[in-house]
Design a protein around this ligand. Structure first.
Ligand code: GLC
Length: 738
């Protein structure tokens, strides 16, 4: 069952919440946005001394704040669409805002969605670059691309007057039908954590506060505001939490967004184990915890659990919090701690010192970045008979088939939705096709006639395919926040379309524009399959460059593609009992449980542990060249590294992603293997390279529940190296610890 949630209702409720509340300071007219300079002498106030630490500066400001100031800093003032959108000092048109303290030089916080671009909730976001979706970034396995992605987002946020980025999604793909899979970094915690860490690190270097989200176990959208996600502690630490732990340690994000759902009994935004014990105490997180929009459930419980800021409004952290502090239900020290963390993040990110001069986003640079990252993210899944790359000189006639393939490519929906130049302004839960035309891009490279048909009539499409030498079907699957897929089957009878086209033309190539995996009942009847994800606003050029061999594909899958929905791990999408499931009217307690019984067995670990055959394995992706692996040595010299050789055994230059997996000693009782390291590098035709990859001992460890610590067990560790999780020609067993 697919659940759609209405943001219109949310907006209405937001308006009510805002106008009913008696909290005058939230709308006080003397607030200034960062566009206006605060009326203080910055040279004289001690907290503007940049030689002091962010903590010291935050403490100095804290001493100057009244109770009302403090309260005003810990909650939002409604979403932009609850306000007159012309009033930029209030909301700048985006997801949320927090007033500053102008007399002290503390700027407003202006928050915009930025999953794969600055979102159109943003009034000024009309001209944002739409990057390839986050799962596409994960397919690059490339820290440099992740950094470039974050840098662009940071710049565009900054240019448009935002200082808080709400991107940074790193929920693990436990359930591939989750409608937000496209916003995340795949199914492996180490890959996901390292990539999101690098992305957010570089985003913050542009002087914005970035979040990691949604903390934690928000692994399906259905009933997300009322489900209780249940997972045993060890599995939690080694899977979903590990991705956040790594991301936090690399990026040191200014904020972490707690999720809608409950986790092992308590809602995430009032879950002391999660927010205080694990995140703040154990991981040393020094930023602030911000609620998902409408995910706050209480004052005292949330506050003592470690929620620092309520968004987007003030239902709990406005007047009720003030009263709670006045009557002692919430200690003042706790409020001070929330404010300290928020101010600290503002100083640490540089937003206090640097101000926010708006500028025009550099769209040309954005196009280039978007295309180049897309080129690194396209996964070549099947290439029989060397159907690819296409050769212009062969002057083959081509049929381009697929809905909107003459004009545009699909994008992912929800709060992540971007409106790049030329795209229509979208409404919530509406499919948005970006103006990047596969037909035009292919026509510009083809040596002969290119024809187009939408494919809504599969018989007509097959007839066109039969008359052409090559048929390229652009198939799509739309996904969004606030919904899950019922199935990984392509929608709208596209399997039937592909079957018919393939029957009419043996040279059929399927290009998949999807947010997660799809099943492919036709896979044996087509020689070419390419996964391009949601490819961003230069996607068509990237795809054409790859189809015609100007770009040699190099990406690898960050999720497993199963053969059938029936192969997916339990429990599947769990549906809540009937009732009012409005996200913005959260229940006091969760209404249903999701038992994540697959535990440690997320993604490939599930299929490995159950010996289930898959369609395309995790870590898999072809190139137009081939790579040979040899000579593995595990070298222990204080630290551990895997050293081996890779040869480009084909005819052209290409990038390879070499992957290192390990099987832990038997008494660890772990899934058969886990990814522990990888390296991405380029090789000229015929070139051999010795690759040396350091292996972090934490990634070889298990989480020992009895002592609540990571532990490296004694025993035999079997290492495997190769080009995919199911193609690992090199093996070596070593004893650890040394
Ligand atoms: C919801 C989404 C979150 C988003 C926020 C603001 O909480 O889950 O991802 O950043 O709304 O739009």
């Amino acid at each position: 069952m697919v659940f759609f949630r209405s943001r219109i209702m949310a907006a209405i409720l937001g308006i009510l919440a805002c106008h009913c509340a008696q909290v005058g300071y939230a709308q006080s007219p003397n607030q200034v946005g960062y566009a206006q300079s605060p009326n203080i002498d910055l040279s004289k106030v001690p907290w503007m001394d940049v030689t002091l630490s962010p903590d010291q500066r935050a403490d100095l400001v804290l001493k100057e704040l009244t109770l009302d100031d403090k309260i005003s800093l810990i909650h939002g003032q409604g979403q932009a669409n609850d306000k007159p959108v012309t009033d930029l000092s209030v909301a700048n048109g985006a997801d949320g805002s927090v007033p500053g303290v102008p007399r002290l030089g503390i700027p407003m916080l202006q928050m915009a969605g930025s999953s794969y671009g600055v979102t159109t909730n943003a009034l000024n976001g009309r001209y944002s670059t739409a990057l390839p979706s986050d799962i596409a970034l994960a397919s690059t396995w490339d820290n440099a691309s992740a950094c470039r992605y974050g840098t662009l987002l940071g710049r565009e946020l900054h240019a448009q007057g935002y200082n808080v980025s709400l991107g940074g999604g790193v929920n693990l793909a436990r359930e591939l039908r989750n409608g937000r899979t496209f916003e995340y970094q795949g199914e492996d915690p180490i890959l996901a954590g390292i990539l999101i860490g690098n992305r957010v690190r570089c985003e913050q270097e542009q002087h914005v506060i970035s979040v990691l989200k949604h903390f934690a176990l928000n692994d399906q959208e259905t009933g997300r505001s009322e489900n209780n996600s249940i997972l045993n502690n060890r599995a939690f630490r080694e899977t979903d939490l590990l991705a956040f732990e790594i991301g936090n340690s690399i990026a040191r994000p200014g904020a972490i967004m707690c999720s809608y759902n409950a986790v092992n009994g308590d809602f995430a935004c009032e879950n002391k184990t999660l927010l205080s014990h694990i995140l703040k105490e154990e991981w040393g997180f020094s930023g602030f915890v911000i609620s998902a929009w409408g995910a706050t459930h209480s004052v005292a419980k949330a506050s003592s659990a470690g929620l620092d800021m309520e968004q987007p409004s003030e239902a709990f952290y406005g007047n009720p919090m003030k009263q709670a502090v006045l009557d002692g239900t919430v200690p003042l020290s706790e409020l001070n701690e929330h404010v300290h963390r928020i101010l600290r993040a503002e100083f640490a990110s540089g937003i206090v010192d640097r101000g926010f001069p708006r500028s025009v986003p550099d769209l040309e640079a954005g196009y280039k970045t978007s295309r180049e990252i897309a080129e690194k993210s396209i996964v070549l899944l099947k290439n029989e008979k060397n159907i690819l790359p296409l050769n212009r000189a062969n002057k083959q006639t081509i049929a381009v088939i697929g809905l909107h393939a003459d004009t545009s490519m699909i994008s992912g929906g929800g709060s992540a939705q971007v409106d790049p130049p030329g795209a229509a302004i979208h409404k919530w839960m509406e499919q948005v096709w970006y103006p990047t035309s596969p037909l035009d891009s292919i026509t510009s490279k083809a040596g002969a006639k290119v024809s187009f048909i939408s494919g809504t009539d599969s018989v007509a499409a097959a007839a066109l395919a039969a008359k052409s030498e090559i048929a390229i079907v652009f198939a799509y699957q739309w996904t969004s926040e606030e919904m899950d897929l019922t199935s990984l089957t392509l929608p709208d009878h596209q399997d039937n379309l592909i079957e018919r086209v393939a029957a009419a033309n043996p040279n059929t190539i399927v290009v998949l524009e999807t947010g997660t995996a799809v099943t492919m009942p036709w896979v044996d009847r087509v020689p070419g399959v390419v996964e391009v994800w949601y490819a961003g606003n230069k996607g068509a050029d990237a795809v054409a460059n790859m189809l015609f061999g100007e770009v040699n594909p190099s990406a690898k899958l960050p999720i497993t593609f199963p053969i059938s929905d029936n192969d997916l791990p339990p429990p599947g999408i769990v549906v809540p009992p009937a009732g009012d499931h409005s996200i913005y009217h959260p229940k006091g307690t969760p209404t249903f449980n999701i038992h994540y019984v697959a535990g440690l067995n997320v993604g490939y670990k599930w299929y490995d542990s159950q010996a289930i055959r898959v369609l395309f394995p995790f870590g898999f992706g072809l190139s137009y060249t081939t790579f040979k692996y040899s000579n593995l040595r595990l070298i222990q010299n204080g630290s551990l590294k895997a050293v081996f050789s890779v040869t480009n055994s084909g005819q052209r230059a290409g990038d390879e992603i070499a992957e290192v997996y390990v099987s832990l000693p038997d008494d660890a009782v772990e899934p058969p293997k886990r990814l522990v390291a990888w390296s991405r590098f380029g090789l000229a035709a015929g070139e051999t390279k010795e690759v040396s990859i350091p292996i972090d001992s934490k990634f070889l460890s298990i989480f020992d529940d009895t002592v609540d610590k990571w532990k490296l067990l004694h025993g035999d560790y079997r290492f495997f190296v190769g080009g995919s999780s199911q193609d690992l020609p090199l093996k070596q067993t070593i004893k650890l610890p040394q």
